[in-house]
Write a protein that binds this ligand. Sequence first.
Ligand code: ZN
Length: 646
Amino acid sequence: MIRKTGLCIVLFLPLLGFSQAAQSIGNYWQQKVKYAMDIDVDASNNRFRGKQKLEYWNNSPDTLSRVYYHLYWNAFQPGSMMDERSRRQGTMQKPGGAPDWDNRVKDRIQKLKSDEIGYQRILSLKMNGRPQQYKVRETILEVQLDKPIPPKSKVVFDMDFEAQVPVQIRRSGRDNAEGVRFSMSQWYPKLCEYDEEGWHPTPYIAREFYGVWGDYDVKISIDKSYVIGATGYLQNPAQVGYGYETTGTAVKRPAGNKLLWHFNAPNVHDFVWAADPEYVHNKVTLRDGLVVHAFYKIGPAQLKKQYDVLSATRKAEYDNNADNFIEHYKSQWEEVLELAKLALPYIEKTFGRYPYNQYSFIQGGDGGMEYPMATLLKGAGPDVVVHEWMHSWYQGVLANNESIYPWMDEGFADYAENRVLSFLTRDTAFAYRASYQAYYQLAKSNKEEPLSTHADHFNTNYAHTTSAYTKGCVFVEQLGYITGAQVRDNILLEYYRLWKFRHPDANDFIKVAEKVSGMKLDWYREYWINSIKTIDYSIDSLWEENGKTKIRLARIGQVPMPVDVQLSFKDGSKEMHYIPLDLMYGVKPAEDATITRKVYEPWHWTTQVYVIETSRKLMEVTSAEIDPSFRMADIERKNNKLELKW
Ligand SMILES: [Zn+2]
């Protein structure tokens, strides 16, 4: 999701501390893969043939009699599940009345001609040298094994396959709106993940991904004129050149029309690449052991075409001048590595160290999409650049299942994006305001579904997107309201330390949060993730009794929360009154040392009202406000504050 912002980037260094708590993650296990793939691309007809050797370690305690692969590109055929679903969304409405479909997909799949569709066809499949029986169920390949795979054992699959690159409809494909020849995501038969919940053979309908951790060795043979950006380290830069070679080295390309590109990516769960003859390739060393690359094409003719299809409002942003658009677009790509350089120290301090030696920002021509060690981007504005890079933490490394826990990658990445952008712009305003507003709109829309809904199965794209991104973002910021911001930051770092290179789920995150904060937080997961209940607290009344002021608070919404109440007085002083929630079994540390805080006995979640008091007289009070930080997502803010006019 990309929001339009005008950003001014400046640099300053933050000071953040963190102490780690030692923890184990119990009996956790995960499967492992090792792919070796050889791909021969015929760029003239947009097809390729591939050989795939897949070593598969069954680390589970279970015997596997079947395995499943994803064949994502079969979705780009008229009448596919993705096509059907997209057209159905067109008959539904977002708030405001617009059709609920993804404007990039609409009914475009239905119109694809035979040389524009995508496909992945299996030519042969063996396990340990023996041919296997399989069935193609559109985007899922189901393999009935002749011998089951016992627990704690390894097998080798050998596959021959062929594929046609679809005209880009969504994420993957060729010849997209920005004229990039090949945006190659979801391009190979990819083994589905098997975890404690069993297999995840999720038919592809345009949502997101989940893959098996492992190593990739990928050789791509393609017409010599193409430049490739990819997940993984290029193994033969001196034969390839195109900016990969060490400065000053002479590039020796082998004879012939094609060039072989050999990439290696250790400890990732997917592999993306993109290729275009006009890619500009820039790279910069960000710190010891980390080189960041950018691949983009800035052909004015193509950019002019893009300008021509902009809406009138978008054109007006460029003073109705195509050259302004072209300049703006080019400069964003030219500055993307500089932006990465400015952001990295803050990102690593706040969210953990980026663990690979390479990252690539690649123009892929369709929104932004995260992949290990790389992103495909449309445009390189600071928001989408930061958002997609933050997915390296939230999904690239903390590899939650994006279908089942979409809020754990989109929500967390959205949170991180907002936070990093406010660091870069030195904007001190509440960074998550837009996310809270979007959540409030969702909560009042009658379209909301619980965040625990499988991403593919939300009734509307609107509810899916708003929930995953904004309610997910609010989850993280609001966690800071419950535990205190510093504790929340410690939780994020500990979560990263403990779960990197694994598949955390919602419970895993909550368990880390509970250990670090010393609070029970299961109730927060139940209400925020598994229900659509909402928060609403109010200041009910104030009165004076025996020279003291009493304030009655009321819980109107169904979600119970701890409550901060700030009292302000005529002399300019303030008091913070804090009532923990009984379900927390803990107390948030004071967050502002400059304000006196009074901590109360916990508020029972079964009780509707709670009375607090101050020793000051009523006539001294100017206002009482619940959560002046605005971090509690109270859907009715109007009743949070009572001002006394004297
Ligand atoms: Zn995202």
